[in-house]
Design a protein around this ligand. Structure first.
Ligand code: NAD
Length: 368
């Protein structure tokens, strides 16, 4: 159940319910923290079993977006939206346009994008009604598919992790156990192949494995459960969350865990255990922020150059986080939260400065 106690304890600013029975729209938007800028996060469509389940999901995901934007150096806050419904049955032009009209009423405090079960074509309908949307098609001035940028960021994270563990950022001759040959996995595989890494791959989709082979010939296939036993330098989870868990952690032989998946640690204690086992854990929500960085520049005019340069910063930020973890002798996941929280806190303080322009702050009054 949604209570103010819950919102206070997790720091959410606002939760909005949008309903339109004419098109069966049931949407919940959670704005977590807008200290750094407007809240940006995707809209997810899912047949939630209950409204409570949808509320829990949107609160958790929106908070995650605040941390992701903060640690990535973006001037954005955290937000997320869920639409309760079956994507196969309930999608319609009217539903997304109605949703877009409601988004417009938030006056830019929340900006949306694609997420699970929401594609570019759905976003185009939202875009008909509001500008507060990113991830629109390139032909409409958008940034298109975020996956290549996510993969580029994961690659930079791998380089930073190799620098820390092996003293060189090169991936040449490194052995990578890659789980997932989907949109991100394929771009990442292509890059690793070009750099001269050896790849072991697992996936449940024959089609995606074949597509992967086209960009990274020489890849060696392993079973879906065998990926955890591969003798490798890097385990790269690019399919599902929570794959570092009680069943897998003792089997990992890698020195680094670095991949695109969200929430790779089943629980925080698995991050502590990776540290004890001397396995370096690349901070997942920074490493996979390339897609978010890419959409974030749509408003100022997207260019491939700008997007790539921004994603390149993941290399230095990752090393900064490793330094904090070493200096404070804490696990990487804690160091990542510390960096995100300290940026929000420091910006909150400077916002308290009086800027001497009353006219600007109160547009109805003229400054004499
Ligand atoms: P995707 O759906 O295109 O690919 C996922 C792949 O994983 C598919 O090929 C699927 O067959 C495979 N898979 C599913 N279960 C598997 C299993 N048990 N073992 C091995 N493979 C399995 O997704 P994506 O866009 O490539 O994203 C990959 C991960 O990265 C996801 O967890 C996603 O949330 C995260 N992520 C993606 C982006 C992005 O820009 N696409 C951004 C941030 C985070």
């Amino acid at each position: 159940m949604l209570t103010f106690d819950k919102l206070y304890s997790q720091g959410h600013e606002e939760v909005v319910f949008f309903s339109d029975p004419s098109c069966n729209l049931k949407a919940i938007i959670a704005i977590h923290d807008t200290t750094l800028g407007p809240a940006l996060g995707g809209t997810r469509m899912w047949p939630y079993k209950s409204e409570d389940e949808a509320i829990e999901d949107v609160l958790r995901l929106s908070r995650g977006m605040t941390y992701k934007a903060a640690v990535s150096g973006l001037n954005l806050g955290g937000g997320k939206a869920v639409i309760i419904g079956d994507p196969e049955r309930d999608k319609s032009e009217a539903l997304f346009r109605s949703y877009g009209q409601y988004l417009e009423s938030l006056n830019g405090r929340y900006i949306t994008a694609e997420d699970v079960n929401i594609g570019v074509e759905d976003i185009e309908h939202v875009f008909t009604e509001t500008n507060n949307v990113t991830g629109v098609a390139k032909m409409h001035g958008g940034s298109g598919n975020p996956s290549p940028y996510t993969a580029h960021g994961v690659f930079r994270g791998m380089e930073a992790s190799c620098q820390k563990v092996f003293g060189s950022r090169s991936l040449k001759n490194k052995v990578v156990a890659l789980q997932g040959a989907g949109s991100v996995g394929r771009y990442l595989g292509e890059r690793l192949h070009k750099e001269g890494a050896k790849i072991f791959l697992s996936d449940i989709s024959e089609k995606n494995i074949e597509l992967f082979r086209e960009v990274a010939p020489g890849v060696e296939l392993v079973g879906v459960d065998e990926i955890y036993d591969v003798d490798c330098d890097i385990y790269a989870p690019c399919a599902l969350g929570a794959t570092v868990n009680d069943q897998t952690i003792g089997r990992l032989k890698s020195k680094i865990v670095c991949g695109a998946a969200n929430n790779q640690l089943a629980e925080d204690r698995h991050g502590d255990e990776l540290k004890e086992r001397n396995i370096l854990y690349a901070p997942d929500y920074l490493i996979n922020a390339g897609g978010l960085m890419n959409v974030s520049i749509e408003f100022e005019g997207w260019s491939e150059d700008k997007a790539t340069r921004m994603v390149d910063t993941i290399y230095n930020t990752t090393l900064k986080i490793y330094k904090i973890a070493d200096e404070q002798n804490i696990p990487v996941y804690q160091a990542t939260d510390i960096l995100a929280e300290s940026r929000i806190e420091s910006i909150k303080k400077i916002k308290g400065h009086y800027l001497g322009n009353l006219g600007h702050r109160f547009p109805g009054r003229k400054k004499r």
